[in-house]
Design a protein around this ligand. Sequence first.
Ligand code: NAD
Length: 291
Amino acid sequence: MQILDGKLVAQTVKNDLKIKVAALKEKGKKKPHLAAVLVGNNGASETYVASKVKTCEEIGYQSTLIRFNTDVEEDVLLRKIQELNADDNIDGILVQLPLPKQIAEEKVINAIAAEKDVDGFHPTNIGKMIQGQPAYIPATPYGILLLLKHYKIETKGKHAVVIGRSNIVGRPISILLSQNTPTGNCTVTLCHSHTSNLKAICLQADIIVAALGKAEFLTADMVKDGAIVIDVGITRVEDKSKKKGYAIKGDVHFETVAPKCSYITPVPGGVGAMTIAALMQNTYLAATQKQ
Ligand code: NAD
């Protein structure tokens, strides 16, 4: 069994970007600039955004954090996005999800200019991605592909089972794994909360992507020997022995599943780390395409 070390691969991606940013500077070009919009004070969202801003600093990007209170009106948020769209100094815009109930997420995502949509959630980018055209690929699926590529994992002809059909993880990774690309050519089964016989389907999988958000859901009896398991889940589970009062769990019961796998991602230090690296990659692309 080999661990797919997201932390390590993310560092490689970030080091590469650092060099590229230094080269931009040498040519007298401006550094990439990411604007992050955070609404409210959800603990997990705060952590993700802080980590994105910190990574910008580490690589040499400029970042701007824009905060709104939980009760912000939809119009106010949409106006800010228009402002960021029109600002030539901003290359990439991300709005941390989830948003409070009074705001329609779809409206906000659609309001971001497609060429600044470094999270890859805008319908234009999703449409292009589906057709295999150059597009910003959603950061988490993109991070998974970068991980598979780094470890030279052969995906061609494999049966990939994706658990979860969200627009940001499950559905896009199911499409990407099925495409005719070096990290694709899988036969894909996309499972969700209404799937019958999930265990039997998982037992047929050469690759399992678990993205359902239920701590330690995938157990050893659902995984065949030698499978490749990608754990996307991040759930905070109460743990009084921890300083913060909670532990972070993936969707996979790591201790029992790992010994059966050929490759597996840990949580933390797997897909999460790669997601940020992929976002940084998209931001670099946004900045340089414009230049
Ligand atoms: P979501 O809640 O939008 O979607 C969950 C999906 O799982 C749904 O499509 C649902 O049908 C399916 N599902 C739920 N219960 C199921 C069951 N019992 N059997 C089969 N399918 C089931 O979630 P999401 O936004 O895609 O996130 C999923 C998990 O990934 C969460 O834990 C989230 O925190 C995590 N996540 C991690 C990263 C990262 O960078 N690692 C990024 C995004 C999301």
